[in-house]
Design a protein around this ligand. Structure first.
Ligand code: GLN
Length: 247
């Protein structure tokens, strides 16, 4: 790793609570893909009762079960909402997966009818229709920016986008946001929400680099990410496409 390039500050929200299906691999992937290009990643890992120590360039949060989501919701709304929302308003980037994505929208109504407050980054809300309704589970392939994203989803909540969110991608195989309207995830500014676990970034290197570019856009807009040998990453991507029954 060289130190002549830019620094990228990553705030990793609640890795102990919000880490379903290896979501922590997203942060490892971002760290490596930065370091291989001479970008120095500085990661703050937040526990439930921690406060953000300052602005970050990129906020990352994974998925979690309803109980863990409840604690994460408290940590976010009570201790970190102001800093996080002001950074995003200044153009910071975000990757929020599944339960983390739900918490970054307006609210999540859980299977038992209780409501968790979200931060309202995404104009969207999520309703869990109840534990007797089948969950959205399986391999996902979607169309994104003229290419594909792959991942694995497992959620009870159905997310409905408001008019100020645009979908991240269009579902080709799988359920996506709600199993009804063909949308997957959401984008607002430089913030991305998605239901894709996997972890999603290692097998979607184009999305990983897109997020790094978003995160560098303010501090080092002219920095060019050198190409990497992504043969293994694309082999994993193709295997996920096949696992979803597509070619
Ligand atoms: N608890 C949420 C749901 O089931 C999120 C699950 C997850 O993050 N995988 O909808």
């Amino acid at each position: 790793m060289t130190t002549s390039g830019p620094v990228l500050r990553i705030a990793y929200l609640y890795p102990d609570l919000m880490n379903l299906y290896a979501d922590r691999g997203n942060v490892t992937c971002l760290e490596r893909r930065c370091a291989w290009r001479g970008v120095t990643p500085l990661v703050q890992r937040l526990e439930w009762d921690d406060r953000l120590t300052g602005p970050a360039d990129l906020y990352v949060i994974g998925g979690g079960q309803d109980r863990q989501q409840q604690l994460a919701s408290q940590g976010l709304t009570r201790r970190n909402a102001d800093q996080l929302l002001s950074s995003l308003g200044d153009g910071a980037a975000m990757l929020a997966v599944c339960g983390g994505y739900q918490l970054m929208a307006h609210r999540y109504r859980a299977a038992d009818g209780s409501e968790l407050a979200g931060l309202g980054v995404f104009d969207a809300e999520t309703v869990h229709p109840g534990s007797d309704v089948p969950r959205c589970i399986g391999n996902v392939v979607c169309d994104w920016n003229g290419s594909r994203l792959v991942g694995f989803e497992n959620h009870g909540g159905r997310t409905y986008l408001g008019s100020n969110s645009i979908p991240l991608a269009r579902v080709v195989r799988g359920h996506g946001n709600n199993s009804e309207d063909g949308t997957e995830g959401a984008v607002v500014g430089s913030a991305i929400g998605t239901y894709l676990h996997g972890s999603v970034l290692p097998k979607n290197p184009h999305l990983a680099d897109h997020i790094i570019r978003l995160a560098l856009a303010r501090g080092a807009p002219d920095f060019e990410l050198a190409p990497l040998d992504d043969a293994a990453e694309w082999a994993a991507h193709r295997a996920a496409v096949r696992a979803a029954g597509l070619r």
